[in-house]
Write a protein that binds this ligand. Structure first.
Ligand code: DX5
Ligand code: ZN
Length: 220
């Protein structure tokens, strides 16, 4: 799955920017609060407006403190998947259950230097694991390769039937880096600048998807 991130889109023309990525599997929406990360983007009212103008499943990536207070609202609004950060709460299971009870898939995200081992036990409460391959906060940063070890660890557990979840990666994914992520067993690839920085975003999404398909074909 390819999930373009609208962080690199024109915020004054979101309806058109969403049309420009028709055919994408998810649209990735980065919510930042200027506390958990040093940047501020958009919140629930904008997500509600996005939901009104697109049929693409909306993937909310909450880079915010206090997800227990805010995450269920995004699920109630109709987001398909709501991901919050492991670093922001002492009770990730409770947040995941609240998101699911409100009707969305629940995702857990880890920053590049947050180990995955302490969370392996609780991943059965989640539908998505979002592995950050840049420090959260900004688009256009360089891919951090060592995080692929976390994707591999979780992929192996999924393949062994011990977990059922989507392994998603976010940050620095482009034509040069997507193949190594695909080789590590990632299912869903977020790409912001690599998609919206091109003149034909939908065609770029398709090219990225074909690269993943080619890697999967060689693996079989
Ligand atoms: C960064 C965001 C990403 C961002 C990725 O904190 O979570 O979703 O849009 O941008 P690129 O693909 O440009 O690295
Ligand atoms: Zn993101």
């Amino acid at each position: 799955m390819i999930a373009p991130s609208i962080l690199s889109a024109d915020f004054a023309n979101l309806a058109a920017e969403l049309k420009a990525i028709e055919g994408s599997d998810w649209v990735h929406v980065d919510v930042m609060d200027n506390h958990f990360v040093p940047n501020l983007t958009l919140g629930l009212p904008v997500v509600q407006s996005i939901l009104k103008v697109t049929d693409i499943p909306v993937d909310c990536h909450l880079m915010i403190e206090n997800p227990e207070r805010w995450a269920p609202g995004y699920a109630e609004a109709g987001a398909y998947n709501v991901t919050f950060h492991a670093e922001t709460t002492d009770d990730p299971i409770a947040v995941a259950r609240d998101i699911r009870a409100a009707g969305a898939k629940a995702g857990l995200s880890v920053k590049p230097n947050t180990p995955i081992e302490p969370y392996l036990e609780i991943l059965k409460e989640f539908d998505t694991l979002l592995v950050m391959s840049v420090e959260p906060g900004f688009g256009g940063q360089s891919f951090i390769g060592h995080v692929l070890e976390k994707a591999r660890t979780v992929r192996n557990l999924v393949d062994a039937g011990e977990l059922r979840l989507v392994v998603e990666i976010d940050g620095g994914i482009n034509m040069d880096t997507i193949e190594q992520a695909a080789e590590a067993g990632v299912d869903c690839f977020v790409a912001g600048s690599a998609v919206y920085g091109t003149s034909d975003p939908a065609a770029t999404v398709e090219t990225l998807r074909q690269k993943v398909i080619a890697v999967e074909a060689t693996a079989e």
